[in-house]
Each structure stands twice: as C-alpha cells, then as structure tokens.
Design a protein around this ligand. Structure first.
Ligand code: ADP
Ligand code: MG
Length: 779
C-alpha cells in the first residue's frame, strides 16, 4: 500500500481595497519555481503548491482539487481543508460564499468539484452513481445541520461504524441527482451560516463548516464485473474557523470562553496533525477525541484519504504574526503520510463477512425446526397415549361392570339350575351357558395372572400404571421434602449449636458475676475494722456462753461448800466441777495474756475436758481437806476478780475498736470527698487563673489608658496653655472618664464575684447531693 503525504498549499490573497486604502504594506513574497513562501525578511517555507495574489480559483482547483476528485471517483476518500486567520480567503477559496454575489470564474472549490463530478457521472453511463450531500457546522463544539436547521444539536452524534468510518448520526443526507441540486443545497447551507453571522457576531468566521459529498458507484447490470461490484467514497470540504489568536480579538469574559472553545478545535487539529506528522506516530496516541472536528475527520486524516491543506494568508504586514503562525501550522501538516485505499462496496464485504454467519444461522434454524418437529411429534404421541389410556380406563370400567353383571347372572342361573324345574333343552342350554361363562372367567383369570406375574391382582394394568405414576410423583415430592428436611435439620443443628454456645457463655457470665459478687462481698468483709468487729462479736458470744457456764458452776460450788459431808457421789461431782472451773480459770488466764488470739469453742471445750479429767484423777487420789477448799476459794475469788477486770478491759477495747472502725469509715468517706472537691477546686482554680490572667490583661490595658490620659493631661501643662479654664475643663473631663472607668471595673468585679459565689453555691449543692446519694447508697 502506497504512502501518500498530505499535500499542503499556500494561497496568498491580494491586498483588499480597504487595506490598500490604509496603505498597508505587503510582507509576503513567493518563489513560484521553488514553491516557496518568504514572509518578512528571512522566514522561508516550502510547500507542495503556492498561489500568489494573481492566482485564479480555476488554477487552485485544477492544481489542488482536481486530482482529489479523480481519486474520489476511483473510490478513494478525499479531504480538503482551508486554514488561516479570519479574512485570509478560506471561504472564498473553498467556495462557501453566496454564489449569487460571485461571478462564474470566481466560484470556489466546492461548486467546481460538484460540476466536475456530475460531468464525470454523465460521462460514465455504464456506472450507477448515487450521490449524497450533507453540510455540518461546528460552532462552540456543538454540531449544527446546515441543511436542516430544525434538527436539534442534541440529535446529532458522531459515531464510528464497524469499518472505522466516521458517521454523523442524525444529520440530513440529501440524495442528489444533478449539480444544480447540490449547488442549491450548498447555497442554502451557506445562507444558514450567513444568517448566523447576522445573529451572532462573526459567527461564520468562528465556526468550522464541513460540506461532504458521498458517492456510491456500481457498474450497470450489462457491464457488471464480478471482481469489482461497487465502490463508496466521500469528499470532505472543510472551511475552518479563523485561526487568529485570542489576544488579537480582545475578547474577555464569556466571549473569551467562547473563543477558547472555538480555538480548541483548531488546537486539537494542530495536535492531531503534529501526532500524525511524527515519524514515531505508530506508537503514539493520536488525540482525535479532543474535539468534534478531529473526531469527524478522523477516518480521513489518519487513515484512508487523499488530503490537501490550503493555508490562506493575508499579505498585509499588519497580519504578519498570524500569517507566520499559519505557515508554521501548515509546515507541520507536510509530514503527515496517509495510505489511501479504494473503498470497495462495504455492503458486499459485509455480506461476504456475514455469509458464514448466515449459513450457521440457517443450520441452527433447520435443527431448531427439526427439534420442533420432534417435539411436536412427541406431544402428539403423548396425546394419543393419554387418549388411549382414557379409553382403556373406560373399557376397564365397562368390563368390570359387565363382569359383575355376569357374576350375578351366573349365581342366579346356577340357583335356577338347581331349584326350578326346567325343560331338558332349557336346562342343557343353561348348563352350556354356565360352563361357557366359567370357561371365560377362567381364561380371564389366567390372562390376569400372566399380566401381573405369579400374583393374581384384581387391579387392572393401566390402573396400576397410573397408581405407580402417582406413587412416583409422590416419591419425587417426598424426595424433595426429604432434601428440604435435611437442609432444615442442618439449619436446626447449627441453631442448636449456637444456642448451646450462647447458654455456655451465659453460664460463664453468671459464674463470673457470682465470683465478682463474692469478691465484692469479701472485699466488704475484709475491711479490717469490719472483720475485726465480726470476730469480736463471735468471741463475745463464746465468752458469754463460757461465763454463763462458769456462773452455773459457781452457784453449785457455793451451795455445796458449807456441807462437805454430802454424799460421795455429789461431792465427787462438785469437786469435779470445781476442778473444772479452776482449770478453766487457769486456761483462760493463760490465754488472757494474748487476748487477740481467739480460741475456738471446740478447742476450749477440749481443753476444759482435758483439765477436768486430770483434776478428776487427782481428786480421786487426794483427800478432801479444808485447806485445799480455802485455797480453792481464794484462787476462785482472785480469778473472778481477774475475770471481771479483763471483762471490763475487753468491753473497753471493743468500744474503742468500734469507734476506730467508725472513724476509719468516716475518714475514708472524707478522703473520697476531699479527692472530689480537690478535683473541683483544681478546675475552679484553673478557671480563676484564667480569669486572673484576663483581669491582669485588662489592668494592663487600663494602665496604658491611664498613662495616656495622664500624658494628655500633662500635654497642656507642657504647652503652657494660657487658657486655664480650658485646662480645668480638660482635667475635669479626664477625671470623669477615670471615675467612669473605675465604676465600670467595680461593676465588672462585683458581677464576677456574684458569678463566683453562684458557682461555689452550685458546687456546694452538687457536693451535698453527692453526699446524700452516697449516704443513701451506704444505707
Ligand atoms: P475568511 O473566510 O478566511 O474569513 P473570506 O474568504 O471571507 O475570508 O475573505 C475575506 C475577503 O477577501 C472577501 O471579501 C473575499 O472576497 C476576499 N478574498 C479572499 N481571497 C481572495 C482572493 N484570492 N482574491 C480576491 N479576493 C479575495
Ligand atoms: Mg470564512
């Protein structure tokens, strides 16, 4: 495939009459033989074609466009676009002007191309040509159908077909038969552009216009050649918006934004041209999607079209910058290389592509039909079977009713045969009938047996089948149910596990709670005074019990002491008891030294028993003498005194301990309250310190104010005002001011104090409330 570079032409228009009037200088020269343009002193550019001020429209067309038109008729796509600043001659060159105001030899490219195309068509009678035209305008990046202004901008969309050709969906494509028809459409489109010019400021110079001729050619039937059926191609004629810079238009605000949008198309086109002109472009991304104009021209710019760019420039030195820029822009386009190919009928290609698909679809359809037939047959068969089954059921029912009748008749006839006196012939007939019936029944029975195997079933075959069918259905339902049940069971299992886990958790939590309660309770008891009190009460109870016992013993002792000649048995018991008490006293005295050691009741009893026993044995050996009783009595009295003393001491210590416990409790509470109040006091002190700092600042301010006023007061002194009454007045004013300031300060202080008091009261009430709450809790 041959690579063809984009052809770039430069056309320099003559100075316009107004430019001549303004005596504007020419800054562009051409070197025709070398196809060079020299702008200014030393900017030289070489292009494919250069056209000077004297070049005619025919010349431009013949050199630049005619080859493209030939290519179009051969099946290639073609694109010509005019680039340049506003007023450089783009529309004039392209032929977008009102043809009524233009002389025949001044007509631009489009009308000439149209004329030539239809001339070509008329010369090729053997080919059927279908020509369509469309005329689109892009203004502020919105599409506008110049051939159908009714079409909304929103209904026009740029799309790409499966072959990568750009299509403007929603645009009107007019099928045309002759050149005049196309010219009139072109004129109406141009008029729409010019209407825009009157409505909007310089609309046409700010919009891109794309006039497209699409041709579809096919050999006539008599000349038809299998190799080349039909060709489709299109020719874009693009009149671009003015390329002047924004600064030159002096647009601001909304106009500036509009200009940005308009120029963004040209900018995008420049980028696409640069990217396409880059020798490494194969790997580079071509930014076609950046603007509508590049999207529309995508299939022509980068792929499959013969392109001519006509750069129009003004020769005026006033337009030097813009002309230079246009030439630079054109210079970049020179590097673009395209690979145009003839566009054979895309429909044929599509049919070729689709053929295997169609074949597949046909096959699928056939198989579908076959399967449908099968299905139909199957359905019919099923219907027949069901109707037969119904018939069979009916017949079976009839058969059973007949058999019942026959059975009954047989019984009756057998009776008749036995009882009634019949004629011999009648009896013979009856007998033969009975035997026949019996034979038939036997046969029926054997048939049934063979049908159902060895077992004789009274149920007919079809009924069994039906029943089995029903059973099968039931089984299926049951199987489904079973599945469901198993699922549900599984779910239930999961739920049960979850509940178990939850219950376990609950148990653990309850245990934990119990433990916590226990520890709390223990903590309550382990408070040293409380524990001690509890121990003391226990001890007191035990002591009371022992004392009461001792007292009982004493009473007995006192009763028996005067009469020592009592029965031996009584004496022995008495002595036993005395010795018992004595031993107790001894034991108690021994233990009394260490009061804090609290003996267990059982231990004590044990000790008492032990001592009692030892004394008992001693008493058994010793004789009852008076000395001994005296000493015993004395020791008892001493012991009693000691006991009462220790009792008193114990009571006192108990009281002290109780007091101590109470004190400790109170102190504990007080400590807690102190901590709380300390925290409160801290916050209050923090607030107070803040206020103090604020007040200090205010004092500082007041001081500075005071010093200023004093200065002001001193100033009149220094200036030695002669006007003494005025000085006095000033001093008075100052005094008044200071008094007012003082009052203000006092008032503020009073307010702050009141606030503080209120705060303190509030805190006090809070503390009281807390105390009440805590006392309630304790209760
Ligand atoms: P553009 O479309 O670039 O804004 P136009 O095509 O409207 O510019 O041209 C501006 C003016 O210059 C028009 O009056 C047009 O007739 C005139 N003009 C442009 N090119 C030529 C030319 N080559 N010869 C004579 N007049 C020209
Ligand atoms: Mg124009």
């Amino acid at each position: 495939m041959e690579e063809i570079p984009v052809k770039v032409a430069v056309r320099v228009r003559p100075l316009l009459s107004k430019e001549i009037l303004h005596n504007q200088q020419v800054c562009v020269r051409l070197v025709q033989n070398a196809n060079q343009v020299i702008i200014g002193k030393d900017h030289v550019f070489t292009f494919d074609f250069v056209f000077g001020e004297n070049s005619t429209q025919e010349e431009v067309y013949a050199v630049c466009i005619k080859p493209l038109l030939v290519s179009l008729t051969e099946g290639y796509n073609a694109l010509v676009f005019a680039y340049g600043q506003t007023g450089s001659g783009k529309t004039y060159t392209i032929g977008g002007e009102d043809s009524a105001s233009v002389a025949a030899d001044e007509r631009g490219i489009i009308p000439r191309a149209i004329q030539e195309l239809f001339h070509h068509i008329s010369e090729h009678r053997n080919i059927n040509f279908h020509v369509k035209v469309s005329y689109i305008e892009i203004y502020k990046e919105e599409l506008r159908d110049l051939l159908d202004l009714e079409t909304s901008m929103k209904d026009l969309h740029i799309r790409e077909d499966e072959k990568g050709n750009t299509v403007i969906v929603g645009s009107k494509e007019f099928q045309v038969e002759c050149a005049d028809e196309v010219i009139s459409l072109l004129e109406s489109g141009n008029a729409a552009r010019h209407t825009g010019t009157t409505q909007m400021n310089e609309h046409s110079s700010r919009s891109h216009a794309i006039f497209t001729i699409s041709i579809h050619q096919k050999q006539s039937a008599e000349y038809q050649n299998a190799a080349q059926d039909s060709i489709s191609s299109k020719f874009h004629f693009v009149d671009l918006a003015g390329s002047e810079r924004l600064a030159k238009t002096g647009n601001t605000g909304e106009r500036f934004k509009e200009s940005v949008k308009i120029n963004s198309g040209l900018f995008a086109l420049g980028n696409v041209i640069s990217a396409l002109g880059d020798p490494k472009r194969k790997s580079a991304h071509i930014p076609y999607r950046d603007a509508k104009i590049t999207r529309i021209l995508k299939d022509s710019l980068g792929r499959n079209a013969k392109i001519v760019m006509i750069t129009c420039i003004s020769p005026s030195s006033l337009d030097f910058d813009e002309s230079l820029n246009s030439l630079k822009y054109a210079n970049r386009a020179k590097n673009i290389r395209n690979k145009p190919v003839v566009n054979y009928n895309p429909e044929k290609d599509r049919i070729d592509e689709m053929e295997p698909e169609i074949r597949l679809l046909q096959e699928a359809l056939q198989s579908q039909q076959v399967s449908n037939q099968h299905l139909h047959d199957l359905n019919e068969e099923k219907g027949r079977v069901s109707s037969l089954e119904e018939k069979l059921t009916r017949l079976q029912v009839q058969y059973f009713s007949y058999r019942n009748c026959v059975d009954e008749a047989l019984l009756l006839l057998v009776d008749l045969n036995d009882d009634v006196s019949l004629r011999r012939s009648q009896r013979d007939r009856l007998q033969s009938w009975i035997s026949m019936v019996q034979k038939v029944r036997k046969e029926a029975l054997t048939v049934q047996e063979t049908d159902t195997g060895t077992e004789t079933s009274p149920v007919p075959h079809h009924i069994t089948v039906l029943q089995q069918k029903r059973d099968l259905e039931k089984c299926q339902v049951l199987a489904m149910n079973e599945e469901l049940f198993s699922q549900k069971n599984h779910e239930v299992q999961i739920l049960q596990n979850q509940t178990k886990a939850l219950l376990q958790e609950k148990k653990e939590q309850q245990e934990f709670l119990k433990e916590a309660q226990e520890t709390q309770r223990l903590q309550g008891y382990t408070s040293p005074p409380v524990l001690f009190l509890a121990q003391m009460t226990e001890f007191h109870i035990r002591r009371q019990i022992i004392l009461s016992k001792l007292e009982d013993q004493d009473k007995v002792l006192h009763c028996h002491l005067p009469d020592q000649s009592d029965e031996e048995e009584d004496n022995t018991r008495c002595e036993e008891k005395t010795s018992y008490k004595c031993s107790i006293n001894q034991t108690w005295t021994q233990n009394h030294a260490s009061l804090c050691f609290l003996p267990d009741v059982s231990d004590m009893k044990h000790q008492v028993d032990k001592s009692g026993l030892s004394n008992k044995s001693a008493l058994q050996t010793d004789t009852n003498t008076g000395e001994e009783s005296d000493s015993l009595q004395n020791s008892h009295v001493i012991n009693m005194q000691k006991l009462t003393n220790s009792e008193l001491r114990l009571a006192k210590t108990e009281q002290k301990i109780r007091k101590l416990a109470l004190n400790m409790k109170r102190k504990e509470e007080l400590i807690k309250d102190l901590v709380r109040t300390g925290k409160d006091a801290l916050s209050v002190s923090w607030q107070c310190s803040l206020k103090i700092s604020q007040l200090e600042q205010e004092i500082e301010q007041a001081k500075t104010q005071l010093s200023e006023t004093q200065k002001q007061l001193q100033e009149p002194d220094s200036k030695e005002l002669r006007d003494i009454p005025e000085k006095v007045m000033l001093q008075k004013e100052c005094q008044k001011k200071t008094e007012a300031a003082k009052l203000k300060v006092q008032k503020r202080e009073a307010r702050e104090l009141a606030q503080k008091v209120a705060q303190l009261k509030h805190q006090l009430s809070q503390i009281e409330e807390r105390l009440c709450e805590e006392s309630e809790k304790k209760k």
